[in-house]
Ligand binder design. Structure first.
Ligand SMILES: O=C(O)C[C@H](NC(=O)Cc1c[nH]c2ccccc12)C(=O)O
Length: 438
């Protein structure tokens, strides 16, 4: 990788900056949950294609069998139609249809050098955004137009950073060598999409891999070179089926699915925490019953286990399944459960962390460079992409770009300081220009 004049980058970035805000607010306003990011993915594909990147998408980058937590066919069809009405770019939709909303753009300089992969997650959360006028997106007219979907974790910012990188790398291509691979991943929330891109082979030619997240309760100007504290996690969908009966006339003929689920919910949260390290369990959703005077014949739950390492998470999952099955037996109902998402832990590559720390010290806008954070945090399926690259002898890390938040991640009033966008684009771009020293 050769050096490029810093003023060249800065002049391109200055020109790009207004566009970053436009992109972020457009993606925020058209928030799309996992596997239905049709409009977002089509805009990404169009921009990459316009810039001259090699664009692959859909089933070419998403392995169908490895997808997890995919919405039902009616939802996919409805959301694709919604995306069309909101300006999705038609020519890309056939390949994205059915919930194959991954997009990969490759810039091949033709000169010897590493392939550097950047992971960008596209999806919004299943959450209703605040419409309070104290919430800036609502006040300034870019609140989500899609009921029950909100960018409340910063992935609208991530997608913007990815497109900003695409433009900047194209503008600076003459000073680059090797290949840049921008990996736009669906369905990070619920850890559902990364595995399908790994199984599609997307990471098999990546030498250096960088995933990123903004926010995480640190201020704009602080950059973490490696977030190592991600928890291994398993997500399960559970369904109990009982026997309906007249609650007043023949209660003894019923088999109560609601009680089975309630028993399971309490039993799950009673599973002891693990002495070997951090462990978590959560029953996030419980729906049951059909009428006040009917013995409930159906109940469904969305649950998750987490652990500081694979062993702890596996033990939490094993105990959870014991409880789920035991509750069914207690109430004489049947139970089915399915895997709805899964991710492991991962540790960043020390050589890459050292390189990043040296390279970004003193860059414009960066006040604090933290080498790594290892406190148990949430979970991330980028870890399976990191592992794939490392298994092949490559280097991987997960960077955090701090930024002030109006409310915490996954909160209906979430918003962030958009100054992080150009800072992240500059920092991530510069990392690609001096990797020979790695
Ligand atoms: O398990 C999931 O659904 C992934 C999801 N991931 C994130 O929210 C990203 C994330 C990981 N760690 C943190 C810490 C704070 C905010 C966001 C995150 C989570 O942990 O619930």
């Amino acid at each position: 990788m050769s050096q490029m004049p810093a003023h060249t980058l800065e002049s391109h970035l200055e020109e790009l900056q207004p566009q970053l805000t436009v992109w972020r607010r457009d993606f925020h306003r058209h928030a799309e949950s996992g596997w239905v990011e049709f409009r977002t993915a089509s805009i990404v594909a169009e921009e990459l294609d316009r810039l001259g990147y090699q664009v692959t998408l859909g089933r070419d980058v998403v392995d169908e069998a490895a997808r997890m937590g995919v919405p039902d066919a009616d939802t996919l069809t409805r959301e694709e139609a919604r995306a069309r009405t909101q300006g999705a770019i038609e020519r890309w939709l056939p390949q994205l249809s059915g919930g194959f909303t991954g997009v990969v753009g490759v810039l091949d300089t033709g000169r010897p050098g590493p392939t550097i992969g950047y992971r960008i997650d596209l999806d919004a959360l299943d959450l209703e955004e605040s419409n309070e006028q104290t919430h800036r997106p609502a006040q300034e007219g870019f609140g989500s137009q899609n009921a029950g979907m909100m960018h409340a974790c910063g992935h609208d910012g991530h997608t913007t950073i990815g497109l900003g990188l695409a433009r900047l790398f194209k503008a600076l291509e003459a000073d680059l060598s090797g290949r840049i691979k921008l990996i736009f991943q669906p369905a990070e929330e619920g850890v559902r999409g990364a595995r399908s891109m790994v199984d599609a082979g997307v990471l098999d030619d990546v030498d250096v891999f960088i995933a990123t997240h903004i926010g995480m309760d640190i201020p704009c100007g602080e950059v973490v070179c490696a977030q190592d504290g991600y928890l291994a996690t398993t997500k399960l969908d559970v369904r109990y089926t009982g026997v309906p009966a007249h609650a007043g006339g023949r209660p003894e003929e019923g088999r109560n699915a609601l009680l089975a689920a309630a028993q399971a919910a309490v039993g799950l949260h009673a599973i002891p925490r693990h002495s070997g390290g951090a462990s978590r369990i959560n029953v996030g959703v419980l729906n049951a019953g059909s009428g006040r005077n009917v013995v409930p014949a159906s109940a469904s739950m969305k649950i998750e286990t987490r652990g500081e390492n694979t062993t702890i998470n596996e033990e939490m999952r094993r105990r959870a399944i014991e409880v789920i099955e035991g509750a069914a037996q207690m109430h004489g109902v049947s139970v089915e459960y399915s895997l709805a998402g899964e991710a492991d832990t991962c540790t960043a590559s020390p050589a890459l962390v050292d390189y990043i720390q040296r390279r970004i010290e003193g860059l414009p806008g960066i006040d604090v460079v933290t080498p790594s954070i290892s406190e148990p945090s949430g979970s991330e399926d980028a870890t399976c992409m990191m592992r794939r690259v490392q298994e092949r002898g490559g280097l991987a890390t997960y960077m955090i770009f701090g930024t002030e938040l109006a409310a915490g991640h996954h909160h209906q009033c979430f918003d962030f300081n958009e100054a992080v966008l150009p800072l992240a684009v500059r920092t991530l771009a510069l990392l690609a220009f001096d990797m020979d020293s790695l």
